[in-house]
Design a protein around this ligand. Structure first.
Ligand SMILES: Nc1ncnc2c1ncn2[C@@H]1O[C@H](COP(=O)(O)OP(=O)(O)OP(=O)(O)O)[C@@H](O)[C@H]1O
Ligand SMILES: [Mg+2]
Length: 312
């Protein structure tokens, strides 16, 4: 049930939106699709969903070819666009029933499933409300319910959390993890990297229409599953101490190379966890009363920013 993308191209007039993209999304995982505005993420997702034809290259979704087998792909894939367009005069239930019908679910089973999905996305109280009264986040949640209606084996989500409130985002994280553990393959684009990092098993980075790869992974890098896929980056660590002046004096020694921040903390760079531990030991041995010492940003964000620098 994996996704295979091999040398895919797609232009719009003179704009080359996807330019030789290749990637593999392993089955039963949540994989992040990360890249700057205009990188070609939405264009790629549309092609994976069988809604846009590539100019060239090969795509396999759960062993299906979206160009040759669009119908089968629509049955297999759940698609959530970055903005879910609704028919404003229809109610939430009517909208979902229209899609259930298109998926070939029979009426009774379709209605049951629609109500179940409205409850999953906490929109039960809006069942009979016309879609025009939905807020942006509620519309997104209706889009998620639509994507899940036919129990897809592959889920493609384009910035699903945009506009959702904190509770809905937390629910989304749990839902996606549960689905992946049941074997659903999930590809999700997002710009909120700290949040994405909490729900993904790996990441595909995209810039200028194709995949970009982080540097080689050292064998013993810590930090859990994301580090295995993001590679090795020099990380920034933030240190706080009871006495900011004593901290700054120790940290700005050229041997340490720390940079004081305006809030009294100090930013230090470490190649790996061993070096971070040694910095902490050094601070304590120098008499600095350390209160906290943590990575300044998530690993995914740091990897992304480093690759952005390399790209320029
Ligand atoms: N229908 C279209 N017609 C013309 N150009 C398009 C069309 N869709 C996308 N493009 C162009 O293709 C490029 C890639 O766009 P795409 O929407 O795939 O990027 P993205 O990675 O999803 O960006 P974002 O992070 O802003 O959502 C952009 O330069 C965009 O202007
Ligand atoms: Mg997009």
């Amino acid at each position: 049930m994996s996704i295979e993308i091999n040398d895919v191209f797609r232009s719009f007039g003179h704009v080359l939106a996807v330019a030789g993209m290749s990637a593999t999304v392993p089955a039963g995982t949540v994989t992040g699709l990360v890249g700057p505005n205009g990188a070609g993420k939405s264009t790629l997702l549309l092609m994976l969903a069988g809604l846009l034809c590539p100019d060239s290259g090969e795509i396999r979704i759960a062993d299906l070819d979206p160009v040759a087998q669009p119908r089968e792909v629509h049955r297999t894939v759940g698609w959530m666009p970055d903005a879910f367009g609704t028919w404003d005069s229809l109610t939430c239930l009517e909208i979902l029933e229209t899609f259930a019908d298109a998926q070939g679910l029979d009426r009774a089973a379709g209605r049951r499933r629609c109500n179940e999905m409205l409850s999953t996305v906490h929109l039960s109280e809006m069942t009979h409300a016309p879609a025009r009264v939905l807020s942006r986040g509620q519309k997104q949640r209706l889009g998620l319910a639509r994507a899940l209606l036919h129990q897809p084996k592959v889920l493609l989500l384009d910035e699903p959390a945009a506009g959702m409130d904190p509770r809905s985002r937390a629910d989304l994280r749990v839902l996606l993890k549960d689905l992946a553990s049941e074997g659903v393959t999930i590809l999700i684009s997002s710009h909120i990297l700290s949040e994405l990092e909490q729900m993904i098993d790996g990441a595909v980075f995209m810039a200028h229409g194709k995949a970009v790869h982080p540097p080689e992974v050292p064998v013993n890098s810590g930090d859990g599953p994301v580090s295995r896929l993001t590679g090795h980056v020099q990380r920034q660590w933030s240190m706080r101490a009871l006495d900011p002046v004593a901290l700054a004096t120790w940290a700005t020694d050229p041997q340490i190379g720390g940079q004081p921040a305006q809030d009294g903390t100090v930013v230090l760079r470490a190649d790996d966890d061993t070096q971070a531990a040694s910095l902490l030991r050094g601070a304590i041995e120098a008499g600095v009363e350390v209160v906290s010492f943590t990575p300044a940003m998530g690993l995914l964000e740091e990897t992304y920013l480093m690759m952005e620098v390399e790209r320029r």
